[in-house]
Design a protein around this ligand. Structure first.
Ligand code: TYD
Length: 143
């Protein structure tokens, strides 16, 4: 695995999750280490997100995450300090893997959207980089 400071937006990818189709409704099971390439330590979800709200606006030093639109849709803006990429999530059987060392913002939430996040670590405020200039320093870029 690369140093988080060297990770780029191209190290983030959309992963196809299993989908068990059923006329009575579908199921997507997610197993730690196999369906998602890390050990899941924490699950959280964003909901009741007011229209026009922006979430994220930070990077992580070691945390890896799989972000899923469990309901509705939203966009994830990824930024490694040099290159940006925007990923639209709108299917509950697709997950966006975000590696550490990537600045992210979540925007354009549809009404009733639920953003499910599977995370490799427990919550730790010290793992957050919440200032963009600190982020560019972390990436060894001139801010
Ligand atoms: P934050 O991760 O900044 O939210 P987002 O990236 O979705 O905009 O978290 C917002 C607040 O919630 C912050 O004060 C920390 C707290 N929080 C926890 O206590 N535990 C958690 O697992 C998460 C994700 C956040």
């Amino acid at each position: 695995m690369k140093e988080p400071s060297k990770n780029t937006v191209d190290d983030c990818s959309v992963i196809d999750l299993p989908k068990i189709q059923n006329n009575a409704g579908n199921i997507t099971p997610v197993h730690t280490n196999s369906d998602v390439p890390f050990q899941i330590q924490r699950v959280y979800y964003l909901y009741d997100i007011p229209g026009g709200e922006v979430r994220g606006g930070h990077a992580h030093k070691i945390l890896r995450q799989l972000v899923v639109a469990a309901s509705g849709s939203f966009e994830v803006l990824l930024d490694d300090g040099k290159k940006k990429n925007t990923i639209m999530l709108n299917q509950p059987y697709k997950g966006l893997l975000i590696v550490p060392g990537i600045w992210r913002e979540l925007i354009n939430f549809s009404s009733g959207a639920i953003c499910l996040v599977l995370a490799s670590e427990i919550y730790d405020e010290n793992d957050y980089i919440r200032s963009y200039s600190t982020f560019t320093n972390f990436k060894n870029l001139l801010s």
